[in-house]
Design a protein around this ligand. Structure first.
Ligand code: TRH
Length: 391
């Protein structure tokens, strides 16, 4: 392997992101969104190392899973085909982001240490709304052997954290969204009238879903359910008694009408959240997008060993429910808990607070925006470290 020195122009910072896909879509989902945003809004020269191009292809169909190196949305994509692999030529960027504590190749780290101007090395962590995040965000961690230190960058929901990703044009795109056209194109039916409640359901397998589907079926008002094909689809198929609930399938039972949707490229995922009245989301990236959609939502948190996710769930609830009348706060807390394994969800109890939840969803999006967007916060951190504002 040859080594090349980085020759980024003074205007253009070079940045490498390393992403190991643990499971599902969230790891690459966050990294891909961040890479695109740093390219488009900060003009950085981006390279993204990803170990699983097949998963990446689902979010970005332009990615060809058989290619070692390619480009999409102005970002160079390298197939990180084995842990020691660091590209055909060892090029060290000005900013190196190690996502979710994945391990950067040793040869790459050694070359970082040899570089005259040391790169800004960022350890991008998972999102948590817990209070301790603000204390740890931005802390340096010296490398045990090399003269390098990396900074812990913690996404968060409160002041003093790294914030969450939000593109500059997101609110305008939401305002321009043509719901009627979307329903015709994506679902193949007319947009439901205001007497119906539209629910989007992006979730892991969930034992609580059967009770909820039965409540929707037996309820007094029409529920239109939109379900992207995925891990919850089997439960829908069983409920409706069909072989599978694949994209294009529609089914009806009582007051419930459900449509299965195909997986769309990541920039189009928001449209689903904008089209619905309430969104069931999961993991990390869709959880963040639901907050920017300014609609009530329900979070299926990524389950961790020893229930380590439960304090994170309650920390998010503490932010999100702040200022809600006590009855509404208790109802949303009960509902989120039930959706995450504690109790049986009670739709009527939750949705009778609809108007208050809607008002809070909008207010919360404004509060969250005050933390600053993650890409902008990251660029500011790098500018402070390099002494030059090149964003
Ligand atoms: O897929 P997720 O559950 O991801 C994760 C992973 O499990 C990860 O290992 C874990 O650490 C993390 O959660 C907390 O959920 P998430 O984060 O919401 O990612 C889903 C991505 O898929 C998101 O970027 C939106 C995208 N998406 C599309 O692009 N098109 C679609 O049609 C749909 C339904 C989703």
């Amino acid at each position: 392997m040859s080594t090349a020195s980085t020759t980024s122009s003074p205007q253009e910072l070079a940045c490498d992101i390393f992403c190991a896909v643990v499971d599902n879509f969230g790891d690459i989902g966050v990294c891909w969104r961040l890479a695109r945003q740093l390219r488009a809004e900060h003009g950085w020269r981006m390279r993204l190392f990803v170990d699983d191009l097949a998963v990446f292809h689902a979010l970005c169909p332009a990615v060809d899973a058989s290619r070692a190196r390619q480009e999409a949305a102005g970002v160079v994509i390298e197939h990180w085909r084995e842990p020691a692999h660091a590209g055909e030529t060892l090029q060290i960027a000005d900013v190196v982001i190690e996502a979710f504590a994945c391990e950067i190749p040793h040869a790459y780290i050694a070359a970082m240490a040899r570089r005259e101007t040391k790169p800004v090395w960022i350890n991008l962590e998972y999102l948590s709304g817990e209070d301790w995040v603000a204390d740890f965000h931005g802390r340096p961690s010296p490398h045990p052997r090399h003269a390098l230190d990396k900074t812990f960058f913690f996404p968060g929901l409160g002041a003093g954290t790294g914030g969450v990703l939000k593109e500059r044009g997101l609110d305008d795109a939401r305002a321009r969204f043509d719901a009627a056209a979307w329903w015709r194109e994506r679902v193949g039916v007319e947009r439901p009238d205001d007497a119906s409640t539209v629910v989007s359901l992006f979730s892991y397998e969930n034992p609580a879903v059967d009770a909820l589907l039965a409540q929707w079926r037996d309820g007094a008002s029409r529920i239109v359910l939109l379900v992207p094909e995925g891990r919850i689809s089997g439960a829908l198929a069983r409920f409706f008694g069909v072989p599978k609930f694949a994209a294009g399938t529609s089914a009806r039972a009582g007051a419930l009408e459900a449509h299965a949707l195909g997986f769309v490229e990541q920039p189009r995922f928001d449209e689903l959240l904008w089209a619905a009245d309430v969104n069931f989301v999961r993991g990390e990236d869709s959880f963040v997008r639901a907050q920017w959609a300014r609609k009530p939502f329900v979070w299926h948190i990524y389950p961790q060993a020893d229930d380590a996710h439960l304090p994170k769930l309650d920390a998010a609830l503490a932010h999100y429910t702040r200022g809600l009348p006590p009855a509404a706060e208790r109802a949303i807390t009960r509902f989120w808990h039930a959706w995450n394994g504690a109790g049986v969800p009670d739709w009527a109890d939750f949705w009778r607070h609809r108007r208050q939840l809607e008002a809070r969803a909008s207010q919360w999006a404004d509060e969250l925006a005050r933390v600053g967007d993650l890409a902008g916060n990251l660029a500011a951190h790098v500018a402070a470290r390099t002494g030059a504002d090149r964003t």
